[in-house]
Each structure stands twice: as structure tokens, then as C-alpha cells.
Ligand binder design. Structure first.
Ligand SMILES: Cc1ncc(COP(=O)(O)O)c(C=O)c1O
Length: 572
């Protein structure tokens, strides 16, 4: 009522008094949400475009009251939310939420700084360097990668550093580029793993082109660019392919071995083949913990090939990288080989006059380490989180998820109708119903359609698997039991219907159309896991098309399991 009165008196925008009240209410709201989320459907029951009809077409001209805006959030926006913090959300990977990180984010937003250079907010840059150093040490990264290694002071090389001479040489090479002051190792907080791959690729491309240009000064840049080729596994996340598209370089998607791992010999052969065809290999991206099944590329072998062939090696640890804080998982990173950060900052440095300041020869400017100029104070969020958990708490978090995945693995292996593909190393496992792909495909459709649990599929050697990731921070064995009960009970239905409706057939003769269709579609997992069309939602063309490819009995099965096969008109 007070605010209605204030609004009536002409005080429209939120002031600090109202902010105090609404802010406290919002914190309570978030805490209630986290506590009660388990009672909700995991996925929303809405159709694409649902929100458009519920909200005005035009932004408001007059200021509105917070309470009425919030009411709309609750009644219109919240029903369309997929609850990533739900204990039965097992899709994708964990969002890594926590109470300290939420508060850190609020504080960062409250300060509202834009830290594009040291001068634009010194502690934003300096805390980032410190937090990156902490993180590097927690992950047990090689000393030379750390901002504050024994040889550096305040993040910069001291006089006694041996690589100083080398850096000086490089600096002379290109006087036109203004560089950070001779840093050695270091890290930077970027917005996403996709951005990390792109930045690494752009810097490798920039350095390679610069080197080629010095060797062939009369060859056009475009001609040199057309020769560059990069490599990654077929199981690499699609962001690697996308980075290649943006950088306009050729990309080879290489086969993995029977353990879904990219091997050195495969990379070496591809590099040799391309070289003999006049191409210039320059970049390999490996993954520690692939999105499809959490497999690990062989860093030792691939790293050695990269060293021999003088190509850059990038390592994508978007999911499994954080497990390096636990000693027992450090074997993943054996063979980690990287080029120094000096190369990275060199490729992306531009320094217009309005961004210069008097201390710039003594400070790090993270704008040279990525694409964005404006940078949020993300390290504050990390700082609060790391301090609030401590190494022990973070290790407990990761080990807890691994323990639960192994617990579920045991339950699944105890049921002879199921099989698990790939090794269960961290908090992710891939399972399927033995038999034709359509069984597991139907199982996932009905599970997701129920709204009681959410998972996404993957394709491993043409076998359709259901990915199960332990995501919620405080997941328990009871949560695994509950998920397993759901999976089993829907599997009972699917198998019963399959036995009733399908005459026995050899695996190779079942659903030939869908098998060949699946073969044609490149089931890069990243496409699959991010594509709602295959996650049991109705009204999508590919889902319906896929179902139409089923044999008659399977169509019947799909209908029995309440997967609605839409006609073409429905789909328009
Ligand atoms: C291994 C891997 N790399 C890269 C990405 C892309 O991550 P982002 O969404 O942060 O760009 C993902 C996303 O799941 C991933 O699993």
C-alpha cells in the first residue's frame, strides 16, 4: 500500500527504500524456490510461442509497479521454465549453481562495473588474476601456466625469468601491436566454453598466419588462410566446429577409438595426409570429458603429435576440467601441453587511445585475452564460491556426484534388460535398453513427456543412448533410486508393448529405415543435447518424421506410450 501511495504521488522508479524491501523478498523467494523445486514438473508443459500471447506486444510507456511485474513473472514466465536445479533434472551438464555464487552474482550486479581495463576498475582485474591463480593451483596445472608462478611477481615476469629474452624477440617482431607486459602464464574468465575455444583458435590462427606471412610475404592472406586446417574428434562439442566456421578454417572431424577417445595416430595420419595435399595443419582441439559420454581424448599421444608437428593444442575441459581438483582424477591432465599466453594476448590486442591509461605498462588488461571489451566482475562470484566451499567442499561436491553416478550404474547393471556404454568416470553415464535403438528412443520420449524427469540422448557408434547426469548439488541416493524407479517402470511399459506388437526380428533387420536415417544425420551430441525436437516435445517436425519411419508396430507402440504422431497440418 505504501508503494501504491508513492506511485500515486508520482514516485515511479524503484528507489533504495523499495529496493531493500523487494531485494529481501526476492532472496526469500529464491530460497523457497530451491527448497520446493522438487514438487514441480521438471520440464514445462508449454508449446513454442506460448509466451507471446500472454505478454503485451509493446514495452510499457508508463512505469509499472514491481509487484505487478513480479506477478506476471510468476504466472506467465515461471510456467515456461525448465527447472535445472530440480533433483530429477539429469540432462546436459550441471549449471553449477550455489548459494554463495548467487550472492556473488548479486553483489557483482550491485557494483555494476565494466572492467575492460585495469584502470576501469583495478580490483576487477586484480581479483581475476588472483582467482585464476588459485584455480590453477587447485587444478594442479603446471607452474608455467599460473599467473603467479615462482618466476613471476604480481603476475608479471621478474628480471630473472628465462623466457624474457624470447618474449622480447617476439615483441620486436611486431611493433605495431601493443602487448601486455611480458606475462608468462595466466588465465581469464570468459563467458562460455564456446568463447574459450574460439579465442584459442583465433590466437593460434593469428600467430600461424603471421609466421606464414613472414615466410611468404608476397602471398595473399586469403590464400594462406585457405590452407589452414584444424582437427578435433567427432565427439567434440559442436562449439569447436562453430569456432572453425567463424575463423574460416578447414576442420577435420576425426574418428575416435573403441573407448570414444581421440588417439595420437589418428591425428598424425590426418596431419600427414593434409600436408601431402598442400594444406597447413595448425590446431588440434581435444576434450577432457566429452559431452556425449564423458570420454577422454588421449592428451599424451595427441600432445606429442602436436609438439612434433608444431601445431597448437587446445584442451576443452568444460565439464571434466573441474574434477582435476581431486587428486584421483589428475591422471586426465597428464600430457597437458599448451602454448604460452603471450601468444593469446598478441592475437587479440587493439589499443585505441580512449582505452589507454598511465599505468598500462604495469598492468594486465583482460580485454586483450578475449573478444568482449566490456567485462563483468565474474571473479567476485568465483571468489565467494571458492572461499565459501574451500577445496574440501568443492572436492566433496565433485566426489559426491561421481559416487552417485556409480551407485546408479550398479542399479542399471543389475537389470539385464539394460546396458551401459562407455566408462562411468565422473557424474555422467550413458545407458540404453538392449535391442533396437527405437526402444531407448521411445523410453526417453515417454520419460521426458511425463515431466517427472529430464534427460537427453546421445549417439555412440550408431547406438542410441540416454545420458544421465547427476546435476543437483545436494543429490542423494534416494534421488538416484527415484530416477531408477521411473526409468524401470516406463521401460516395463515400453518392453511389454514391444513384445506384444513386434514379431521377433534380428537386430540388424529391425527398423532399417530409422537406422539409415540415424546414420545420415550427424548425431553430434551437442546438436542432440541442445535440440528440443528430440526431447519428447510434441509438434516438432523431426520427432514426427522419425516416428513415421518406424514400422507399423512401432507406430502403435509410440501411440500407446502417448507420443502423439502429428500430421503435417498439425506441424505447420
Ligand atoms: C565439452 C563441452 N565443451 C563445450 C561446451 C559449450 O559450452 P558453453 O555453453 O559454455 O559454450 C559444452 C557444453 O555443454 C561442453 O560439454
Amino acid at each position: 500500500p505504501i508503494y501504491s501511495l508513492l506511485t500515486f504521488l508520482g514516485k515511479k522508479e524503484m528507489d533504495s527504500d523499495e529496493f531493500r524491501i523487494k531485494g529481501k523478498e526476492l532472496i526469500d523467494y529464491i530460497a523457497d524456490y530451491m527448497e520446493n523445486i522438487k514438487d514441480e514438473r521438471v520440464t514445462p508443459d508449454v508449446e513454442p510461442g506460448y509466451l507471446k500471447s500472454l505478454l503485451p506486444r509493446e514495452a510499457p510507456v508508463k512505469a509499472e509497479q514491481w509487484d505487478s511485474i513480479f506477478k506476471d513473472f510468476e504466472s506467465k514466465i515461471l510456467p515456461g521454465i525448465t527447472h535445472w536445479q530440480h533433483p530429477r533434472f539429469h540432462a546436459y551438464f550441471p549449471a553449477g549453481n550455489s548459494y554463495p555464487s548467487i550472492l556473488g552474482e548479486i553483489l557483482s550486479a550491485g557494483l555494476g562495473i565494466v572492467g575492460f581495463s585495469w584502470a576501469s576498475s583495478p580490483s576487477c582485474t586484480e581479483l581475476e588474476t588472483i582467482v585464476m591463480d588459485w584455480l590453477g593451483r587447485l587444478l594442479n596445472l603446471p607452474k608455467f601456466l599460473l599467473p603467479f608462478s615462482d618466476e613471476t611477481e604480481n603476475g608479471h615476469l621478474s628480471e630473472k625469468d628465462e623466457s624474457k629474452g624470447e618474449n622480447d624477440e617476439l615483441e620486436k617482431e611486431s611493433d605495431d601491436v601493443i602487448l601486455d607486459p611480458k606475462p608468462v602464464g595466466g588465465g581469464v574468465v570468459l563467458g562460455s566454453a564456446s568463447e574459450c575455444v574460439l579465442v584459442a583458435l583465433l590466437s593460434a590462427r593469428g600467430n600461424t598466419l603471421r609466421k606464414l606471412k613472414s615466410q611468404h610475404p608476397f602471398v595473399e592472406d586469403g590464400v594462406l588462410l585457405s590452407k589452414l586446417v584444424m582437427y578435433t574428434s567427432k565427439l567434440a562439442h559442436s562449439c569447436v566446429e562453430k569456432a572453425g566456421m567463424i575463423a574460416m578454417v578447414k576442420i577435420r572431424l576425426l574418428d575416435h577409438d573403441e573407448n570414444y577417445s581421440l588417439r595420437g595416430a589418428t591425428v598424425e595420419k590426418a596431419i600427414k595426409d593434409d600436408k601431402s595435399n598442400g594444406l597447413i595443419p595448425f590446431f588440434v582441439s581435444c576434450t577432457l570429458g566429452t559431452t556425449s559420454c564423458c570420454s577422454f581424448d588421449n592428451l599424451v599421444e595427441v600432445g606429442n603429435v602436436c609438439k612434433r608437428e608444431e601445431v597448437y593444442l587446445h584442451v576443452d575441459g568444460a565439464y571434466a576440467g573441474s574434477a582435476l581438483i581431486c587428486e584421483e582424477f589428475r591422471y586426465f591432465s597428464v600430457g597437458l601441453e599448451v602454448k604460452d599466453k603471450y601468444m593469446l594476448t598478441k592475437a587479440l590486442s587493439v589499443d585505441p587511445i580512449y582505452l589507454r591509461y598511465k599505468e598500462m605498462d604495469k598492468a594486465i588488461d583482460y580485454r586483450h585475452w578475449g573478444i568482449a571489451l566490456s567485462r563483468r566482475f565474474r571473479s567476485l562470484k568465483m571468489w565467494f564460491t571458492i572461499r565459501s566451499y574451500g577445496l574440501e567442499g568443492l572436492q566433496r561436491y565433485i566426489r559426491g556426484h561421481v559416487r552417485l553416478a556409480k551407485y546408479l550404474e550398479k542399479l542399471i547393471l543389475g537389470d539385464s534388460r539394460f546396458e551401459i556404454l562407455g566408462k562411468v568416470v565422473l557424474g555422467l553415464l550413458c545407458f540404453r535398453l538392449k535391442g533396437p535403438n527405437s526402444l531407448s528412443q521411445n523410453l526417453l520420449f515417454v520419460l521426458n513427456d511425463s515431466g517427472k524427469i529430464h534427460m537427453v540422448p546421445s549417439m555412440l557408434d550408431e547406438k542410441y543412448v540416454i545420458r544421465f547426469c547427476v546435476n543437483a548439488e545436494n543429490s542423494t541416493e534416494q534421488d538416484m533410486d527415484a530416477a531408477w524407479d521411473l526409468i524401470k517402470s516406463y521401460a516395463d511399459q515400453i518392453i511389454r508393448q514391444f513384445e506384444v506388437d513386434s514379431p521377433p526380428m534380428a537386430e540388424s533387420t529391425q527398423f532399417p529405415e530409422i537406422t539409415s536415417k540415424l546414420r545420415r544425420i550427424r548425431f553430434g551430441i551437442s546438436k542432440m543435447v541442445s535440440d528440443p525436437r528430440i526431447n519428447g516435445q510434441k509438434k516438432y517436425r523431426r520427432t514426427a518424421t522419425t516416428l513415421r519411419l518406424f514400422s507399423d508396430s512401432s507406430k502403435y507402440l509410440a501411440r500407446k506410450c502417448s507420443i502423439v504422431e502429428k500430421s503435417d497440418e498439425d506441424l505447420e
